[in-house]
Design a protein around this ligand. Structure first.
Ligand code: PMP
Length: 419
């Protein structure tokens, strides 16, 4: 079999058409070409049905009631924790804290671990390719504690400068917080090496896995990180739910960050005591149906296999990279050797927003702008990019539609310029 045939085969979609009902709906009278998966993925029937079934058959508040339904809902919620544990290969289920998503997970670490452990002069190492949600919580923490940020630069391909990273590490480094996969560039960072280097100076490591978990197998013990954050909605699950993995030795010493029901052991007006983790960090009634939906999403991708998803998306990314680069006046932003599922690009003479709007008229959903990564845009001296991001249900037809859409946008702008 020659190379193109192999590629064609591996680009075959991994799902059944009926799995994703929304992909069957037309948009603006055209077939929907959904390439905004970096922002959020579409949901399979299995996830939609799991949430529906929860509300129809199992709804009750958890950890509180003595009645059967409450126990049943609690069991489903705690089974969801075990599903996340297995998915990330955490050592124990108590290391999984449910949050609203990646953003809340990072804020939890900053507000709980950070406020308790950092002082003036301590350093937090970030990278120049972080999403705002892995920058701003640390800035807020630095303003409170007097700790300082250090930023690892990136090269023209959008890869971390690892020599510069090592040079930044010292005995004042308390935390290294890094994206597993950059949402603006698609770069896959060598998080295992990064963690090992951080450990050598006694720093903790937080990995922002928002753009990784849907695209590759993740093993937090193999990575060697202390914290790993992700959102279910980028993993074919519901919005408003996600998880923080925190290594038990670190998590058990962390103080609460939000107070309320469920996170206490005792409450009196003289003072209160706290439940053990993870409950200590789950104040109030959580998103129970969301946990059930997230577990269904994890089961869905696990049944297909993260390795297969990674291979499929990699083939698609290569095909798209080749096709888009052949277009005149198109420049990729982010050409790292290790990339996952994200194609960010500029088209000469067309603002990213105009490009997004013209593609939208064709039923093609991409993202245009700074992608909540303004420092990346500054690094490359651009206002924003157009970003196509792939999921397991995309195929070559989607790439071909994207290329045709870009051509059309170019023709419109060339025509406009000529008039
Ligand atoms: N980090 C990265 C790398 C992301 O891509 C995103 C979402 N775009 C986030 C964090 C924040 O995720 P959420 O909005 O789901 O909390």
């Amino acid at each position: 079999m020659n190379a193109p045939d192999m590629r064609r085969q591996s680009c075959l979609p991994l799902h059944r058409a009926e799995d994703f009902p929304i992909l069957e709906r037309p948009v603006r009278g055209k077939r929907l070409v959904y390439l905004d998966n970096g922002a959020t993925t579409q949901k399979p029937e299995a996830v939609i049905e799991a949430e529906r079934r929860f509300y129809r058959e199992s709804n009750a508040n958890i950890h509180r009631g003595v009645h059967w339904l409450s126990q049943h809902a609690t069991d489903l919620y705690e089974q969801g924790r075990e599903t996340v544990r297995r998915f990330l290969n955490a050592a124990r289920a108590e290391e999984i804290v449910f949050t609203r998503g990646t953003t809340e997970a990072i804020n939890l670490v900053a507000q709980s671990w950070g406020r308790a452990n950092l002082k003036a002069g301590d350093e937090i190492v970030l990278t120049a390719m972080e999403h705002h949600s892995n920058i701003v919580p640390w800035q807020l923490l630095c303003a409170e504690t007097g700790a300082e940020l250090r930023v690892v630069p990136i090269n023209d391909r959008g890869e971390l400068d690892l020599d510069a990273y090592v040079a930044l590490l010292n005995e004042r480094t308390r935390l290294v917080a890094v994206a597993h996969v950059s949402n603006a560039l698609g770069t896959v960072n060598p998080v295992q090496d990064i963690a090992a280097r951080a450990k050598a100076v006694g720093a903790l490591v937080l990995v922002d896995g928002a753009q990784a978990v849907a695209h590759m197998p993740v093993d937090v013990q193999a990575i060697g990180c202390d914290f790993y954050a992700f959102s279910a909605h980028k993993l074919y699950g519901p919005t408003g739910i996600g998880a923080l993995y925190a290594r038990w030795d670190v998590l058990r010493g962390m103080p609460p960050w939000q107070g309320g029901g469920d996170m206490i052991r005792t409450v009196s007006f003289e003072g209160s005591t706290w439940a053990d983790p993870p409950q200590r960090f789950e104040a109030g009634t959580p998103n129970i149906a969301g946990v059930v939906g997230m577990a269904a999403a994890i089961d869905y991708v696990s049944a297909i296999g993260l390795e297969r998803i990674a291979a499929h998306e990699h083939a698609l990314l290569e095909y798209a990279t080749e096709a888009v680069c052949k277009l005149p006046g198109v420049r990729l932003i982010g050409t790292a050797r290790e990339k996952a599922s994200i194609l960010s690009f500029m088209v000469d003479g067309i603002h990213p927003h105009d490009r997004g709007t013209i593609l939208d008229m064709e039923g093609i959903a991409i993202r245009a702008g700074h992608h909540c990564a303004m420092p990346v845009m500054k690094r490359f001296g651009i206002p924003g990019t157009a970003r196509a991001s792939f999921a397991l249900y995309n195929d070559e037809r989607d790439v071909e539609a994207l290329v045709a859409g870009i051509r059309k946008a170019q023709a419109m702008f060339d025509g406009g310029a000529a008039r």
